[in-house]
Design a protein around this ligand. Structure first.
Ligand SMILES: [Zn+2]
Length: 427
Protein backbone atom coordinates (compact mmCIF):
# COMPACT_ATOMS: atom_id res chain seq x y z
CA UNK A 1 0.00 0.00 0.00
CA UNK A 2 1.40 3.34 -1.02
CA UNK A 3 0.59 6.38 1.03
CA UNK A 4 1.65 9.94 0.28
CA UNK A 5 1.11 10.77 3.94
CA UNK A 6 3.88 9.83 6.35
CA UNK A 7 1.59 8.19 8.92
CA UNK A 8 0.90 4.47 8.73
CA UNK A 9 -2.30 3.37 7.03
CA UNK A 10 -2.94 1.15 10.10
CA UNK A 11 -3.69 4.39 11.98
CA UNK A 12 -5.91 5.88 9.29
CA UNK A 13 -9.34 6.97 10.53
CA UNK A 14 -12.56 8.06 8.92
CA UNK A 15 -13.99 11.54 9.52
CA UNK A 16 -17.14 10.94 11.56
CA UNK A 17 -18.29 14.56 11.20
CA UNK A 18 -18.37 14.13 7.44
CA UNK A 19 -20.20 10.81 7.77
CA UNK A 20 -22.86 12.26 10.10
CA UNK A 21 -23.31 15.32 7.85
CA UNK A 22 -24.03 13.05 4.88
CA UNK A 23 -26.42 10.87 6.92
CA UNK A 24 -28.27 14.04 7.96
CA UNK A 25 -28.40 15.45 4.43
CA UNK A 26 -29.66 12.19 2.88
CA UNK A 27 -32.16 11.93 5.74
CA UNK A 28 -33.76 15.25 4.72
CA UNK A 29 -35.18 13.48 1.66
CA UNK A 30 -38.49 11.91 2.68
CA UNK A 31 -38.00 13.15 6.24
CA UNK A 32 -40.67 12.31 8.85
CA UNK A 33 -40.73 14.18 12.18
CA UNK A 34 -42.04 12.64 15.41
CA UNK A 35 -43.59 14.49 18.36
CA UNK A 36 -40.49 14.37 20.59
CA UNK A 37 -37.74 15.53 18.24
CA UNK A 38 -37.10 12.09 16.77
CA UNK A 39 -37.02 11.92 12.98
CA UNK A 40 -36.74 9.28 10.31
CA UNK A 41 -37.50 8.60 6.69
CA UNK A 42 -40.04 7.40 4.15
CA UNK A 43 -38.11 6.59 0.97
CA UNK A 44 -39.91 3.57 -0.46
CA UNK A 45 -38.11 1.86 -3.34
CA UNK A 46 -38.40 3.55 -6.75
CA UNK A 47 -40.56 6.45 -5.58
CA UNK A 48 -39.70 10.12 -6.27
CA UNK A 49 -38.04 10.24 -2.83
CA UNK A 50 -35.89 7.23 -3.68
CA UNK A 51 -34.88 8.95 -6.94
CA UNK A 52 -33.88 12.11 -5.06
CA UNK A 53 -31.86 10.05 -2.55
CA UNK A 54 -30.16 8.13 -5.36
CA UNK A 55 -29.32 11.36 -7.23
CA UNK A 56 -27.70 12.81 -4.10
CA UNK A 57 -25.56 9.75 -3.36
CA UNK A 58 -24.53 9.41 -7.03
CA UNK A 59 -23.51 13.10 -7.03
CA UNK A 60 -21.33 12.46 -3.97
CA UNK A 61 -19.78 9.45 -5.68
CA UNK A 62 -18.95 11.50 -8.78
CA UNK A 63 -17.57 14.37 -6.66
CA UNK A 64 -15.03 11.90 -5.30
CA UNK A 65 -13.98 10.98 -8.84
CA UNK A 66 -15.48 7.50 -8.64
CA UNK A 67 -16.76 5.83 -11.81
CA UNK A 68 -20.49 5.19 -11.43
CA UNK A 69 -22.29 2.33 -13.20
CA UNK A 70 -25.96 1.33 -13.00
CA UNK A 71 -27.28 -2.12 -13.81
CA UNK A 72 -30.58 -3.27 -15.30
CA UNK A 73 -32.28 -3.61 -11.89
CA UNK A 74 -31.04 -0.18 -10.72
CA UNK A 75 -28.18 -1.27 -8.48
CA UNK A 76 -25.50 1.44 -8.39
CA UNK A 77 -21.77 0.63 -8.15
CA UNK A 78 -19.06 3.31 -7.85
CA UNK A 79 -15.45 2.27 -8.43
CA UNK A 80 -12.16 3.76 -7.17
CA UNK A 81 -9.50 2.21 -9.35
CA UNK A 82 -6.61 0.28 -7.84
CA UNK A 83 -3.15 -0.10 -9.31
CA UNK A 84 -3.96 -3.64 -10.47
CA UNK A 85 -7.35 -3.59 -12.23
CA UNK A 86 -6.71 -7.23 -13.24
CA UNK A 87 -7.49 -8.24 -9.64
CA UNK A 88 -11.07 -8.63 -8.36
CA UNK A 89 -12.36 -5.53 -6.54
CA UNK A 90 -13.32 -5.28 -2.88
CA UNK A 91 -16.92 -4.10 -2.41
CA UNK A 92 -18.85 -2.49 0.44
CA UNK A 93 -22.35 -1.09 0.56
CA UNK A 94 -25.98 -1.59 1.50
CA UNK A 95 -29.26 0.12 0.55
CA UNK A 96 -30.86 3.58 0.73
CA UNK A 97 -34.53 2.63 0.39
CA UNK A 98 -36.51 2.60 3.64
CA UNK A 99 -39.81 1.24 4.94
CA UNK A 100 -42.79 3.63 5.16
CA UNK A 101 -41.89 4.77 8.66
CA UNK A 102 -38.18 3.98 8.68
CA UNK A 103 -35.07 5.28 10.37
CA UNK A 104 -32.26 7.24 8.76
CA UNK A 105 -29.48 4.76 9.63
CA UNK A 106 -30.84 1.43 8.34
CA UNK A 107 -28.95 0.76 5.09
CA UNK A 108 -27.93 4.40 4.66
CA UNK A 109 -25.12 3.93 7.17
CA UNK A 110 -23.64 1.04 5.17
CA UNK A 111 -23.66 3.03 1.92
CA UNK A 112 -22.37 6.30 3.35
CA UNK A 113 -19.72 4.58 5.52
CA UNK A 114 -18.43 2.84 2.37
CA UNK A 115 -18.38 6.24 0.66
CA UNK A 116 -16.52 7.63 3.69
CA UNK A 117 -13.94 4.84 3.30
CA UNK A 118 -13.46 5.91 -0.34
CA UNK A 119 -13.12 9.56 0.67
CA UNK A 120 -10.61 8.71 3.42
CA UNK A 121 -8.48 6.78 0.90
CA UNK A 122 -8.70 9.79 -1.48
CA UNK A 123 -7.92 12.34 1.22
CA UNK A 124 -4.75 10.58 2.34
CA UNK A 125 -3.70 9.63 -1.19
CA UNK A 126 -3.75 5.92 -0.42
CA UNK A 127 -3.08 3.79 -3.47
CA UNK A 128 -4.39 0.24 -3.31
CA UNK A 129 -3.74 -2.80 -5.46
CA UNK A 130 -7.38 -3.81 -5.83
CA UNK A 131 -10.13 -1.44 -6.86
CA UNK A 132 -12.66 -0.42 -4.20
CA UNK A 133 -16.37 -0.38 -4.98
CA UNK A 134 -19.18 1.39 -3.12
CA UNK A 135 -22.61 -0.10 -3.90
CA UNK A 136 -26.26 0.46 -3.12
CA UNK A 137 -28.84 -2.14 -4.06
CA UNK A 138 -32.43 -1.64 -5.22
CA UNK A 139 -35.45 -2.44 -3.00
CA UNK A 140 -33.70 -4.05 -0.04
CA UNK A 141 -36.66 -3.47 2.25
CA UNK A 142 -39.26 -5.19 0.10
CA UNK A 143 -41.83 -2.80 1.60
CA UNK A 144 -43.13 -1.80 -1.85
CA UNK A 145 -42.00 -4.71 -4.04
CA UNK A 146 -41.62 -8.27 -2.60
CA UNK A 147 -39.38 -10.07 -1.93
CA UNK A 148 -36.97 -8.02 0.14
CA UNK A 149 -33.29 -7.82 -0.95
CA UNK A 150 -34.59 -7.94 -4.53
CA UNK A 151 -31.79 -5.89 -6.13
CA UNK A 152 -28.94 -7.86 -4.58
CA UNK A 153 -30.78 -11.13 -5.31
CA UNK A 154 -30.95 -10.26 -9.02
CA UNK A 155 -27.32 -9.01 -8.89
CA UNK A 156 -26.06 -12.46 -7.86
CA UNK A 157 -28.34 -14.40 -10.23
CA UNK A 158 -30.85 -15.61 -7.62
CA UNK A 159 -33.86 -14.21 -9.50
CA UNK A 160 -34.28 -13.69 -13.26
CA UNK A 161 -34.22 -10.01 -14.29
CA UNK A 162 -37.49 -10.21 -16.22
CA UNK A 163 -39.33 -11.71 -13.25
CA UNK A 164 -38.00 -8.93 -11.01
CA UNK A 165 -38.99 -6.20 -13.50
CA UNK A 166 -42.53 -7.65 -13.66
CA UNK A 167 -42.99 -7.42 -9.87
CA UNK A 168 -46.10 -5.42 -8.93
CA UNK A 169 -46.09 -2.90 -6.06
CA UNK A 170 -48.24 -3.90 -3.09
CA UNK A 171 -49.37 -0.31 -2.48
CA UNK A 172 -50.21 1.23 -5.86
CA UNK A 173 -50.04 -1.65 -8.35
CA UNK A 174 -47.13 -0.12 -10.30
CA UNK A 175 -44.78 -2.43 -12.23
CA UNK A 176 -41.20 -2.39 -10.92
CA UNK A 177 -39.63 -2.13 -14.38
CA UNK A 178 -41.84 0.87 -15.26
CA UNK A 179 -40.98 2.64 -12.01
CA UNK A 180 -37.27 1.97 -12.53
CA UNK A 181 -37.41 3.58 -16.00
CA UNK A 182 -39.57 6.45 -14.75
CA UNK A 183 -36.99 7.49 -12.14
CA UNK A 184 -34.11 7.06 -14.62
CA UNK A 185 -32.34 4.13 -12.99
CA UNK A 186 -32.80 1.32 -15.54
CA UNK A 187 -29.10 1.07 -16.30
CA UNK A 188 -27.17 -0.64 -19.10
CA UNK A 189 -25.02 -3.05 -17.04
CA UNK A 190 -26.42 -6.60 -17.40
CA UNK A 191 -27.71 -8.74 -14.51
CA UNK A 192 -26.54 -11.02 -13.00
CA UNK A 193 -23.14 -9.42 -12.53
CA UNK A 194 -20.03 -10.80 -14.21
CA UNK A 195 -17.77 -8.94 -11.76
CA UNK A 196 -17.27 -11.17 -8.71
CA UNK A 197 -15.78 -9.24 -5.77
CA UNK A 198 -12.72 -10.46 -3.87
CA UNK A 199 -14.68 -9.70 -0.70
CA UNK A 200 -17.87 -7.90 0.38
CA UNK A 201 -18.16 -6.23 3.79
CA UNK A 202 -21.33 -4.43 4.93
CA UNK A 203 -21.66 -2.12 7.93
CA UNK A 204 -25.21 -2.01 9.35
CA UNK A 205 -27.00 -1.04 12.53
CA UNK A 206 -27.93 -4.05 14.65
CA UNK A 207 -31.67 -3.21 14.63
CA UNK A 208 -32.02 -5.12 17.91
CA UNK A 209 -31.16 -4.62 21.60
CA UNK A 210 -28.31 -7.10 22.22
CA UNK A 211 -25.19 -4.92 21.76
CA UNK A 212 -26.64 -2.05 23.81
CA UNK A 213 -28.01 -4.15 26.67
CA UNK A 214 -24.83 -6.24 26.94
CA UNK A 215 -22.53 -3.23 26.52
CA UNK A 216 -20.63 -4.11 23.34
CA UNK A 217 -19.54 -1.63 20.64
CA UNK A 218 -19.08 -3.90 17.62
CA UNK A 219 -21.19 -6.86 16.51
CA UNK A 220 -19.19 -9.46 14.58
CA UNK A 221 -21.89 -11.03 12.42
CA UNK A 222 -21.39 -14.72 11.76
CA UNK A 223 -24.40 -15.22 9.52
CA UNK A 224 -28.05 -14.48 8.87
CA UNK A 225 -31.05 -16.40 10.15
CA UNK A 226 -33.12 -18.43 7.72
CA UNK A 227 -36.58 -16.99 7.14
CA UNK A 228 -39.92 -18.59 6.34
CA UNK A 229 -43.09 -16.59 5.61
CA UNK A 230 -46.30 -18.62 5.23
CA UNK A 231 -49.62 -17.08 4.28
CA UNK A 232 -52.56 -19.06 5.69
CA UNK A 233 -56.15 -18.70 4.47
CA UNK A 234 -58.92 -20.19 6.65
CA UNK A 235 -62.43 -20.51 5.24
CA UNK A 236 -65.21 -21.35 7.70
CA UNK A 237 -68.84 -20.38 7.96
CA UNK A 238 -70.18 -16.94 8.75
CA UNK A 239 -72.83 -17.11 11.50
CA UNK A 240 -74.71 -15.12 14.14
CA UNK A 241 -72.65 -14.62 17.32
CA UNK A 242 -75.68 -15.04 19.61
CA UNK A 243 -77.80 -17.75 18.07
CA UNK A 244 -75.25 -20.25 16.75
CA UNK A 245 -74.43 -23.01 19.28
CA UNK A 246 -70.70 -23.40 19.89
CA UNK A 247 -70.67 -27.04 18.72
CA UNK A 248 -71.99 -25.97 15.30
CA UNK A 249 -69.37 -23.31 14.59
CA UNK A 250 -66.65 -23.36 11.97
CA UNK A 251 -64.78 -20.30 13.17
CA UNK A 252 -61.74 -18.89 11.27
CA UNK A 253 -61.01 -16.31 13.98
CA UNK A 254 -60.70 -19.04 16.62
CA UNK A 255 -58.32 -20.88 14.25
CA UNK A 256 -56.20 -17.74 13.67
CA UNK A 257 -55.80 -17.30 17.42
CA UNK A 258 -54.97 -20.98 17.87
CA UNK A 259 -52.27 -20.71 15.18
CA UNK A 260 -50.70 -17.66 16.88
CA UNK A 261 -50.64 -19.55 20.19
CA UNK A 262 -49.20 -22.64 18.51
CA UNK A 263 -46.40 -20.59 16.90
CA UNK A 264 -45.44 -19.15 20.30
CA UNK A 265 -45.38 -22.66 21.84
CA UNK A 266 -43.32 -23.90 18.91
CA UNK A 267 -40.54 -21.40 19.64
CA UNK A 268 -40.04 -23.08 23.04
CA UNK A 269 -39.88 -26.57 21.53
CA UNK A 270 -37.50 -25.98 18.60
CA UNK A 271 -33.71 -25.76 19.08
CA UNK A 272 -31.37 -22.89 18.14
CA UNK A 273 -33.36 -19.86 19.29
CA UNK A 274 -36.37 -20.29 17.06
CA UNK A 275 -38.42 -17.11 16.71
CA UNK A 276 -41.99 -16.97 15.43
CA UNK A 277 -44.44 -14.14 14.81
CA UNK A 278 -47.97 -13.66 13.56
CA UNK A 279 -47.84 -10.01 12.56
CA UNK A 280 -50.89 -9.85 10.35
CA UNK A 281 -54.39 -11.27 10.86
CA UNK A 282 -57.32 -10.15 8.72
CA UNK A 283 -60.87 -11.25 9.44
CA UNK A 284 -63.80 -11.04 7.04
CA UNK A 285 -66.23 -9.40 7.50
CA UNK A 286 -64.57 -8.24 10.77
CA UNK A 287 -67.78 -7.35 12.59
CA UNK A 288 -68.36 -7.54 16.33
CA UNK A 289 -71.37 -9.87 16.28
CA UNK A 290 -70.50 -12.13 13.35
CA UNK A 291 -68.51 -15.37 13.37
CA UNK A 292 -66.17 -14.55 10.47
CA UNK A 293 -66.36 -16.41 7.18
CA UNK A 294 -62.67 -16.15 6.48
CA UNK A 295 -59.30 -15.29 8.04
CA UNK A 296 -55.96 -14.54 6.38
CA UNK A 297 -52.77 -14.49 8.42
CA UNK A 298 -49.02 -14.68 7.85
CA UNK A 299 -46.62 -16.69 10.01
CA UNK A 300 -43.01 -15.43 10.11
CA UNK A 301 -40.52 -18.00 11.46
CA UNK A 302 -36.72 -17.66 11.62
CA UNK A 303 -33.81 -19.80 12.78
CA UNK A 304 -30.05 -19.91 12.21
CA UNK A 305 -30.31 -23.68 11.70
CA UNK A 306 -32.08 -24.76 8.52
CA UNK A 307 -33.04 -28.24 9.79
CA UNK A 308 -34.63 -26.72 12.86
CA UNK A 309 -36.49 -24.21 10.68
CA UNK A 310 -37.73 -27.01 8.40
CA UNK A 311 -38.86 -28.94 11.48
CA UNK A 312 -40.84 -25.89 12.64
CA UNK A 313 -42.47 -25.65 9.20
CA UNK A 314 -43.41 -29.34 9.28
CA UNK A 315 -44.92 -29.08 12.77
CA UNK A 316 -46.93 -26.04 11.71
CA UNK A 317 -48.26 -27.92 8.65
CA UNK A 318 -49.27 -30.86 10.85
CA UNK A 319 -51.04 -28.53 13.27
CA UNK A 320 -52.96 -26.86 10.42
CA UNK A 321 -54.23 -30.26 9.21
CA UNK A 322 -55.44 -31.20 12.69
CA UNK A 323 -57.03 -27.80 13.21
CA UNK A 324 -58.88 -27.93 9.88
CA UNK A 325 -60.30 -31.35 10.79
CA UNK A 326 -61.31 -30.49 14.35
CA UNK A 327 -62.94 -27.12 13.55
CA UNK A 328 -64.44 -28.18 10.22
CA UNK A 329 -62.80 -25.39 8.23
CA UNK A 330 -60.80 -25.31 5.04
CA UNK A 331 -57.15 -24.22 5.51
CA UNK A 332 -54.77 -23.49 2.63
CA UNK A 333 -51.23 -22.15 2.86
CA UNK A 334 -48.60 -20.76 0.50
CA UNK A 335 -45.00 -19.68 0.94
CA UNK A 336 -44.37 -15.94 0.52
CA UNK A 337 -40.64 -16.10 1.22
CA UNK A 338 -38.13 -18.81 2.13
CA UNK A 339 -34.42 -18.07 2.49
CA UNK A 340 -31.97 -20.55 3.98
CA UNK A 341 -29.68 -19.40 6.80
CA UNK A 342 -26.41 -17.94 5.55
CA UNK A 343 -22.96 -18.45 7.08
CA UNK A 344 -20.48 -15.66 6.40
CA UNK A 345 -16.85 -16.40 5.46
CA UNK A 346 -15.13 -17.62 8.67
CA UNK A 347 -11.75 -16.07 7.81
CA UNK A 348 -13.29 -12.70 6.99
CA UNK A 349 -15.43 -12.85 10.15
CA UNK A 350 -12.25 -13.53 12.18
CA UNK A 351 -10.62 -10.55 10.49
CA UNK A 352 -13.48 -8.22 11.47
CA UNK A 353 -13.14 -9.39 15.06
CA UNK A 354 -9.35 -9.06 15.17
CA UNK A 355 -9.48 -5.60 13.57
CA UNK A 356 -12.05 -4.37 16.10
CA UNK A 357 -9.86 -5.65 18.95
CA UNK A 358 -6.77 -3.97 17.49
CA UNK A 359 -8.71 -0.68 17.42
CA UNK A 360 -9.67 -1.21 21.08
CA UNK A 361 -13.38 -1.97 20.64
CA UNK A 362 -15.33 -4.64 22.53
CA UNK A 363 -16.96 -7.23 20.28
CA UNK A 364 -19.72 -9.78 20.41
CA UNK A 365 -20.23 -12.54 17.86
CA UNK A 366 -23.86 -12.82 16.79
CA UNK A 367 -26.21 -13.90 14.02
CA UNK A 368 -28.27 -11.29 12.20
CA UNK A 369 -31.97 -11.50 12.95
CA UNK A 370 -32.84 -9.41 9.89
CA UNK A 371 -32.07 -10.04 6.23
CA UNK A 372 -29.36 -7.98 4.49
CA UNK A 373 -27.85 -7.50 1.04
CA UNK A 374 -24.67 -9.15 2.37
CA UNK A 375 -26.45 -12.51 2.53
CA UNK A 376 -27.01 -12.34 -1.23
CA UNK A 377 -23.40 -11.33 -1.95
CA UNK A 378 -22.33 -14.28 0.23
CA UNK A 379 -23.55 -16.53 -2.61
CA UNK A 380 -20.74 -15.32 -4.89
CA UNK A 381 -17.84 -14.10 -2.71
CA UNK A 382 -16.34 -14.12 0.82
CA UNK A 383 -18.63 -11.86 2.85
CA UNK A 384 -18.90 -10.45 6.38
CA UNK A 385 -20.86 -7.81 8.27
CA UNK A 386 -20.12 -5.33 11.06
CA UNK A 387 -22.94 -4.27 13.42
CA UNK A 388 -23.17 -1.10 15.50
CA UNK A 389 -25.59 -0.73 18.44
CA UNK A 390 -29.15 0.55 18.03
CA UNK A 391 -30.41 2.74 20.89
CA UNK A 392 -33.27 0.89 22.65
CA UNK A 393 -32.96 -1.77 19.94
CA UNK A 394 -35.30 0.27 17.73
CA UNK A 395 -35.37 0.03 13.93
CA UNK A 396 -37.99 0.36 11.19
CA UNK A 397 -39.09 3.23 13.41
CA UNK A 398 -38.39 6.96 13.06
CA UNK A 399 -36.85 6.91 16.55
CA UNK A 400 -34.08 4.60 15.26
CA UNK A 401 -30.75 6.03 16.47
CA UNK A 402 -27.08 5.13 16.80
CA UNK A 403 -24.63 7.19 18.86
CA UNK A 404 -21.99 9.10 16.89
CA UNK A 405 -19.15 7.35 18.76
CA UNK A 406 -20.60 3.99 17.65
CA UNK A 407 -20.93 5.17 14.03
CA UNK A 408 -17.27 6.16 14.19
CA UNK A 409 -16.20 2.81 15.65
CA UNK A 410 -18.13 0.83 13.05
CA UNK A 411 -16.86 2.88 10.13
CA UNK A 412 -13.23 2.65 11.35
CA UNK A 413 -13.49 -1.14 11.60
CA UNK A 414 -14.93 -1.15 8.07
CA UNK A 415 -12.08 1.08 6.81
CA UNK A 416 -9.34 -1.11 8.28
CA UNK A 417 -10.87 -4.43 7.15
CA UNK A 418 -11.33 -3.07 3.64
CA UNK A 419 -7.82 -1.59 3.40
CA UNK A 420 -6.35 -4.93 4.39
CA UNK A 421 -8.42 -6.75 1.73
CA UNK A 422 -7.53 -4.14 -0.92
CA UNK A 423 -3.86 -5.12 -0.61
CA UNK A 424 -4.33 -8.84 -0.14
CA UNK A 425 -2.65 -9.64 -3.46
CA UNK A 426 -3.58 -12.88 -5.14
CA UNK A 427 -4.85 -14.80 -2.10
ZN1 LIG B 1 -31.18 -2.52 6.16
Amino acid sequence: MANRDTSSTADLQIDVGRLVARLDELGQIGRIDGPNGEWGNARLALTDEDRAGRDLVVAWMRDLGLTVTIDAIGNVVATRLGTRPDLAPVMSGSHIDTVGTGGRFDGNLGVLAALEVAETLEQYGVETERSFQVAFFTDEEGARFAPDMLGSLVHVGGMPLEEALDTIAVDDGARLGDELSRIGYAGPVPCPTTSVPHAFVELHIEQGPILETEGFTIGVVEGVQGISWTEIVIVGQSAHAGTTPMRLRHDPSYCAGAIATFVRDLTRRIRHDQVGTVGRIELYPNLVNVVPARAVLVVDMRNTDDRALSEAEALLAEFLDDLAASEGVDITKRSLARFEPVDFDPALVDRVEATAHRLGYSTRRMPSGAGHDAQMLARICPTAMVFTPSVNGLSHNIAEFTETSDLEAGANVLLQVIMERLDSGDD
